[in-house]
Design a protein around this ligand. Structure first.
Ligand SMILES: [Zn+2]
Length: 295
């Protein structure tokens, strides 16, 4: 008999669910667009879409195996423990009681966390930061998020929002950010920002924009490296991984330029190692670590 975690990843574009075993292997997966074509939308319509997806994956649990926990990564903000979620890019859900609903549906202990924190955990479990005790995991896609592991512990903060690197300022007096600030990393380097700056989707951005984005991500990473004594940044997300080597080279150059103190020198910026499995492996990790009482 194999114990399995039901992993759920909820984003503005798609919702995914899968089965993750205790060693971090993703065994089954399925996904649906968050919003179908049909007109009617509302919190319950979206919930039923998710519930159908979860049931479908639950049916794939082999008779000899058993589901023991449910782990969820969801866009923020959320209340502590993900009791209620209000993802910025899912407007139907405001203070939606996600944890309780999923617990009721699955019948197993259910734990919810921010999707970028979940991905950072996954990278530290079986990805590019495996075995590392100090690193930041970033997601550069439609938005920019992050999660920080320091001394082997995922940083939480007062309300669970530690790691929001998307709102570190990288361009003083830069573009307006939905947070109310200016020149935040998310307002300058997210897929949304790149589309607004170039008039085209990020995946066709010209080399100068790829390099600029890498430089700005490197600038934010350098501040965090200097602040927290971190030797490693693992960057995932469709924009970063789609840009590839020129993006990572620009980010590394900027980190090298701005991390001159002895403890910070040599900090590395590397691509995530889990590819498109990352969000579900990370969600599974949110479940497993809580079940096992990890910090
Ligand atoms: Zn901001």
């Amino acid at each position: 008999m194999t114990d399995l975690a039901l992993a759920v990843d909820i984003g503005g574009t798609k919702m995914a669910a899968g089965l993750v075993d205790r060693s971090g292997t993703l065994r089954e997966r399925a996904q649906v667009p968050t919003h179908g074509d049909a007109g009617a939308r509302g919190p319950e319509v979206l919930w039923h879409t998710l519930a159908d997806l979860v049931r479908q994956v639950q049916l794939r649990v082999a008779p000899d195996d058993r589901l023991v926990v449910c782990g969820v990564g969801c866009g923020g903000p959320m209340s502590p423990g993900g009791e209620t979620v209000s993802p910025l890019n899912i407007e139907e859900w405001r203070a939606f009681p996600l944890r309780g609903r999923l617990h009721e549906l699955t019948g197993v202990p259910t734990h919810v966390d921010n999707d970028a924190k979940a991905l950072a955990l996954g990278e530290g479990w079986v990805g590019a930061a495996a075995g590392r005790r100090d690193y930041i995991g970033l997601v550069v896609s439609t938005g920019v998020g992050g999660g920080i592991v320091l001394d082997g512990r995922l940083l939480e903060g007062r309300l669970g929002n530690a790691g929001h690197i998307g709102h570190v300022v990288v361009v003083p007096e830069g573009r307006r950010c939905p947070c109310g600030g200016r020149g935040c990393l998310e307002a300058e380097a997210s897929g949304t920002a790149i589309a607004a700056l170039t008039g085209h989707p990020a995946d066709v951005a010209p080399p100068v924009m790829v390099a600029r984005t890498g430089t700005l991500v490197g600038r934010a990473v350098a501040s965090v490296v200097n602040l927290l004594d971190l030797p490693l940044a693992v960057v995932s997300g469709s924009v970063a991984l789609g840009f590839g080597a020129p993006f990572f080279e620009a980010a590394q150059r900027e980190v090298d330029l701005r991390c001159g103190l002895e403890y910070a020198r040599g900090a590395r910026v590397i691509p995530g190692g889990l590819g498109d499995r990352g969000p579900l492996v990370g969600a599974g990790c949110v479940g497993w670590r809580r079940l096992e009482g990890a910090a």
